[in-house]
Design a protein around this ligand. Sequence first.
Ligand SMILES: [Zn+2]
Length: 198
Amino acid sequence: MAEVRTRISLKVGPNSHIPAEMISFNGLVSDKEHVALVFKKADKSQSVPLIRIHSECLTGDVFHSSRCDCGEQLDEAINQMAREGGVILYLRQEGRGIGLYNKIDAYKLQSEGMNTYQANNHLGFGDDLRDFTEAGQMLEALKISQLKLMTNNPKKVKALMDYGLSIEQEVNTSTHVKDDNEDYLKAKVENADHKLDL
Ligand SMILES: [Zn+2]
């Protein structure tokens, strides 16, 4: 079982003005350094908190790359949680779990015509190596058993339900189409049943 290791206060978001807590954990099943960002008192409130599971994407989150919509998805979650509270579980599983260097290799194959899933398969990886067990562990450590999940990905919903958590509501996120990410978004819909309105 995982438990909270350290909690700190900080301010986040584009103008560094949104108060949040960052929490680290002991006892997660992998040695990855996942963190939770808690907005307001969502982890102790009576109402059902809004939760977003976000997988690390260096190119999208930090550099706002045109190849995906991760940075926009993250900003959307932060802005929504600034208003109504909630928790972002930031999972350090870059490139759907294949790691940054392999993701860069996959991007190169995509430049040559493959979609995300074909490129990962070509490199010898499955469609999606992410494991959301630790998201369940983190929520358990935060004493959250009922939640609203902000996602378009049915795999995340199933993983948390399998962990024994109760999902009261699925809140779909917006679609962020840019110059270069339309094929990436289409592949998500066609290969992984994402609920996106393209
Ligand atoms: Zn991304």
